[in-house]
Design a protein around this ligand. Structure first.
Ligand code: GSH
Length: 340
């Protein structure tokens, strides 16, 4: 292994796209190892096979397979100076973390839902995603891999909570998110001002699929939020952007469009995160919640219970002044329910 950061993943994986864009913006040299072919031979396997997987040295210098984009971003911050994705103000950094988690854990529901709930989207995903594991195979093999892939992923819809009960809630939330984000982009190039933050890359990762791959949400995004479609195209490669120290918005003057975006976060994400955490703790078979006034039911997802714990720890770790600023900003948005 050289000291160039190595990762494997796939273009159809939102978290892979999140991390590739992070590496480009941060100007961290990397090698993207295709999931097909010999590049992965001899590399360690992660405990849970997730995309992307990074191959990073441990203290002894031995390469380890590391997954989970959010902590990897923080590790890259520690190991590579400059062009930071984390706002200098700890209060704003907390909002960044919250929006990053909303994108990773809630927007991904929209990604997964649209991809595997509509015929046109299923057909495209089944045709293309298996090719990214190697397309130099006969048609029949591609077709059977596509069918297997679709069957497996449709079986996983229960974890992200896409089903006939929740589908309309997910779709209405995605459309509101698009309108709120498009409105924000009329005045601000990024979510937190004039330079990209970790949350931008998390949102971008999901939108690479929603706005650029899956036909149903792609058409919707273009129709209701053309700026968002354009933003996704720009975010892919931010290597030439020169961030300024004063590029972050101020906690003392949060733009109304950011409050509106956080209000959308607060409308859907806390009730699901809270009900999921409770179901995981109780060992319940089913998460039952009311989201946006409608019934919500899904299989419990232990990982998302940990996400809620991490967010709570981060807020608790703020000094009193920063926590007061965060709470003041979040109080009108519904997000404080996460910390009640
Ligand atoms: N929290 C993880 C999530 C990664 C994840 O869920 N990746 C999905 C694809 S986007 C995956 O690899 N699923 C296993 C599979 O599809 O084989 C992160 O931020 O990296």
């Amino acid at each position: 292994m050289s000291d160039i950061v190595a990762l494997s993943g796939a273009p159809g994986s939102p978290y892979t796209r999140k991390m590739l864009a992070v590496l480009r913006y941060r100007r961290i040299p990397y090698r993207f190892l295709p999931a097909s072919g010999p590049a992965l031979a001899g590399l360690p396997q992660p405990k849970v096979a997730l995309l992307p997987t990074f191959y990073l040295p441990d203290e002894a210098g031995t390469p380890q397979a590391v997954t989970d984009s959010t902590p990897i971003i923080r590790r890259l911050e520690r190991e590579h100076a400059g062009r930071s994705l984390i706002p200098a103000d700890p209060a704003l950094a907390f909002l960044d973390e919250l929006i990053e988690d909303y994108a990773d854990e809630w927007l991904t529901k929209a990604m997964f839902h649209y991809r595997w709930a509509y015929d046109a989207d299923i057909a495209k995903a089944a045709a293309i995603l298996p090719c990214w594991r190697g397309y130099c195979v006969p048609d029949e093999e591609l077709a059977s891999r596509g069918a297997m892939f679709a069957e497996r992923q449709i079986g996983r819809l229960r974890y992200v909570g896409s089903n006939p009960v929740t589908g309309p809630v997910i779709e209405a939330a995605y459309e509101r998110f698009l309108r709120a984000f498009d409105a924000h982009l009329t005045r601000h190039p990024y979510i937190l001002g004039h330079r990209p933050a970790a949350c931008d890359f998390a949102v971008f990762g999901q939108l690479t699929q929603l706005a650029e791959f899956d036909p149903t949400p792609m058409a919707l995004t273009l129709k209701v939020a053309p700026r968002v479609t354009a933003w996704v195209g720009m975010m892919e490669d931010q290597s030439g952007v020169e961030p300024k120290d004063d590029g972050w918005i101020s906690m003392d003057a949060l733009p109304p469009t950011l409050i509106a975006l956080l209000t959308e976060v607060g409308r859907v994400y806390p009730p699901v995160m809270l009900a999921n955490a409770k179901a995981v703790m109780d060992g319940a078979a089913e998460v039952a919640a009311t989201v946006d006034g409608q019934a919500w039911s899904q299989q419990p997802f232990p990982y998302q219970a940990k996400c809620l714990q991490w967010l709570r720890q981060s807020r608790a770790g703020l000094d009193d002044g920063a926590r007061a600023k965060v709470d003041t900003a979040l109080r009108p948005t519904g997000c404080m329910a996460l910390f009640a």
